[in-house]
Design a protein around this ligand. Structure first.
Ligand SMILES: [Zn+2]
Length: 377
């Protein structure tokens, strides 16, 4: 059966009125301009945009992918779908070998059964081959030298997914790991004390992405450009931004987006407390507290991920960072789709693409969310 939506839509990089979108069996089959709503179409009063894609999300609604259970995968993916995320990379933390393996196998087992949630397109291993001095809220006891065999085992447990791994280039074995697996996974520089030249070298080895740019890395000073400088000056590497207004100042969100056109992806870095009341929560082996402003912090004040949703990230980029919506939407859709290697079927409203659609009100609410044509909200 063909379903049709008619209204204003973000198509081809611009907002077009009177757009008719036809959907069949979970796919967009036609997008055209139509002056009148056909009688068999649903008129949408909000802006129709591609579903959001989150490359870096740990949890929400009380659950975390590190829980290693089918129930957790279901809870996190359905919570974020209700906030506009239609595809994501399930993100793990630095954990023991056994815990990482059980998290990855749970994601692989549970993903095909998700029926009211975001599609899991990838797995993002955030650690454990990172710098203990830049671990942020990660469990330092789990941080270790890179191990080709461990990654080989994880990849074999879930070969159907796209893979991202956050690594610190200065950690023993990371260069060999990148050279061994490049082309099979995306290497992202993060949780690192590397300087500018180390980061440039890591890009030469085959890294191509930066994990939550500015956070847990060396910043840019005019005589010490740092990892941030390497990201800004590179011509094709991409980077994540946490647009919660807490991790990165709105002015810096704006500068980075302007400085890296087509290369920034908004992420949430959301943890299990996302969507939950204030209080104490668990991040792998640490406890953290969420306060009234939505910040998630360990006892010493270290930020422990966020309570951000993609819907809110988009809103913040418009309202706090002051960027036009046409510039912000690709940061949550087309660009992360490219980074995740799914840009042939996700991230755009176009014929042949998955019917992953979100309707967005002027207040950035998402009253309607479709994942592969299926209505979630
Ligand atoms: Zn994270």
């Amino acid at each position: 059966m063909t379903r049709r939506l008619w209204g204003r839509a973000f198509v081809g990089g611009e907002i077009r009125d009177k757009t008719l979108i036809s959907i069949e069996e979970g796919q967009i089959v036609d997008v055209r301009s139509e002056p009148q709503a056909p009688s068999d179409s649903v008129t949408v009063h909000e802006l129709i945009v591609p579903g959001f894609i989150d490359l870096h999300v740990h949890g929400g609604d009380g659950a975390d992918f590190m829980d290693g259970s089918d129930e957790a995968v279901g809870r996190v993916t359905s919570f974020h779908a209700r906030h506009g995320t239609t595809a994501l990379a399930a993100t793990t933390l630095s954990g023991s070998r056994a815990d990482l393996h059980s998290a990855v196998t749970a994601i692989a087992r549970a993903a095909p059964a998700i029926n009211r949630g975001a599609e899991v397109c990838g797995i993002h291993l955030e650690g454990p081959y990172i710098n203990a001095n830049r671990a942020g809220a990660q469990n330092i006891a789990s941080v270790r030298p890179a191990d080709i065999h461990e990654i080989g085992t994880l990849l074999a447990a879930a070969p159907q997914f796209r893979w991202i791994i956050t690594v610190a280039p200065e950690i023993e074995g990371v260069r060999a790991l990148i050279e061994h697996f490049r082309g099979r996974m995306t290497f992202s520089i993060g949780h690192t004390a590397a300087d500018y030249s180390d980061a440039v070298l890591a890009l030469e080895w085959g890294a191509s992405h930066f994990t939550h740019l500015f956070n847990a890395m060396t910043g840019m000073h005019h005589r010490e450009p740092g990892v941030v400088g390497a990201a800004l000056v590179s011509t094709d590497a991409t980077a994540e931004l946490i647009a919660d207004g807490i991790h990165v100042h709105p002015a810096v969100l704006r500068v980075a987006t302007r400085a890296m056109p087509n290369r920034i992806a908004l992420i949430t870095d959301a943890v299990r407390a996302c969507g939950m009341p204030e209080g104490l929560y668990k991040l792998y082996q640490h406890e953290f507290r969420v306060t009234a402003d939505g910040a998630a912090r360990l006892g010493d004040g270290t930020l422990a991920g966020s309570t951000l949703t993609m819907q809110r990230a988009v809103q913040n980029m418009v309202e706090l960072a002051g960027l036009p919506i046409e510039m912000v939407l690709p940061l949550a859709t087309e660009i992360p789709a490219r980074i995740l290697g799914v840009s042939d079927r996700k991230g755009k409203i176009a014929a042949g693409y998955d019917a992953d659609l979100v309707t967005l009100t002027p207040k950035f609410e998402v009253p309607r969310v479709l994942v592969r044509g299926r209505e979630i909200v």
